[in-house]
Ligand binder design. Structure first.
Ligand SMILES: NC(=O)c1ccc[n+]([C@@H]2O[C@H](COP(=O)([O-])OP(=O)(O)OC[C@H]3O[C@@H](n4cnc5c(N)ncnc54)[C@H](OP(=O)(O)O)[C@@H]3O)[C@@H](O)[C@H]2O)c1
Length: 293
């Protein structure tokens, strides 16, 4: 039975060595704080923290095993990073062979200290991938109960169609934000609607870039428009930019990168902000710099 994901997903990329360097207790606290806010889905990848974040998260989970049944775990595989933690990797590359997918998923299970992953994604499209081989890996993991559901990440329309022709694809995790509009135009979100694939948005706030370089003309326009709407809805500009993403009919699930619980809380509150179609286009215009044709 596939899992249901929370409408806001907590991304763990910055929880460990690539960001906040949480202690085990801090991981546990963050998981529980997210759960208090009804954010129950946690986005991982084998590579996060140079292959260490899943293990750190798993250690925290083992302190309170009852939490496992309340949460959904996403992991990803297919990127091979060069790091002292993987001395055999000589160059950054992709590997979507059956053997690599199964080995990576099994490592994630061990590291996360769980008997199943709710959703496994192929992290990046691999120029050497063959959907039959990926499907064989997915089928084996599914039959063994190790992974409940499968998807892709950063796949184009044709790559997703190729994969879906061999195995049902539940999710495409993509970069989507007011700063990254391509998925609205290149057919990928249309395909999600057509094929009932759930789009998950990584960097839903542009990875923080919006807030870091306010002198950039495009960012100035976006923040000014978001501020006007924020005042109307008694909310903050980042909440407005999330409500803008959530407005899209494909049912985008934002994967939040923040490690600050107040921002997770604000993101959940953004679910109840219902902007109008015209307001959606005000933000679109602010991003593109011109009105629609
Ligand atoms: N599938 C893929 O290829 C892929 C690629 C990248 C990421 N991901 C996933 O997506 C998740 C999110 O990615 P992301 O971190 O790029 O997403 P994001 O949520 O767009 O950006 C998070 C960054 O924005 C900052 N930020 C958010 N709101 C802010 C505000 N109001 N003012 C100032 N700064 C603000 C955060 O700072 P604070 O921490 O200070 O709040 C943090 O540095 C990752 O954790 C990972 O799980 C997937």
């Amino acid at each position: 039975m596939p899992s249901t994901f929370s409408p806001i997903i907590a991304g763990t990329m910055n929880w460990g060595q690539w960001g906040s360097r949480f202690s085990t207790q801090e991981y546990l606290m963050q998981i529980e704080l997210c759960l208090n806010e009804k954010v129950s889905t946690f986005d991982h990848a084998d590579i996060y923290g140079h292959y260490t974040t899943e293990e750190e998260f798993g250690k925290a989970l083992s302190l309170k095993p009852s939490l496992r049944q309340k949460i959904q775990l996403i992991s990803k595989c297919g990127i091979k990073m060069v790091t002292p933690n993987r001395p055999s990797h000589l160059i950054k590359s992709y590997d979507t062979s059956k053997q690599h997918i199964i080995r990576s998923a099994e490592r994630s299970l061990t590291n996360l200290q769980t008997d199943h992953i709710d959703l496994l994604l192929i992290h990046r499209p691999d120029p050497l991938m063959h959907p039959d081989e990926i499907a064989e890996a997915f089928l084996q993991l599914k039959e063994q109960g190790k992974v409940l559901d499968f998807g892709v990440s950063n796949f184009t329309v044709s790559q997703t169609a190729m994969m879906a022709s061999r195995y049902p694809i539940s999710v495409n995790q993509l970069e989507v934000s007011i700063l990254h509009l391509f998925p609205f135009l290149d057919g990928i979100l249309d395909q999600c609607i057509e094929k009932k694939i759930t789009p998950m948005a990584w960097s839903p706030l542009g990875g923080g870039k919006l807030f870091n370089n306010p002198e950039d003309e495009r960012k100035k326009r976006i923040l000014a428009a978001a501020q006007i709407l924020a005042e109307k809805y008694n909310a903050s500009p980042d909440q407005l930019l999330l409500s803008w993403l959530l407005f899209h009919p494909s049912g985008i699930l934002p994967v939040m990168g923040t490690t600050k619980i107040e921002r997770i809380k604000a993101a959940m509150a953004a679910l109840s902000i219902k902007i109008t179609r015209e307001e959606w286009f005000m933000l679109w215009r602010a991003s593109t710099g011109h009105e629609v044709a």
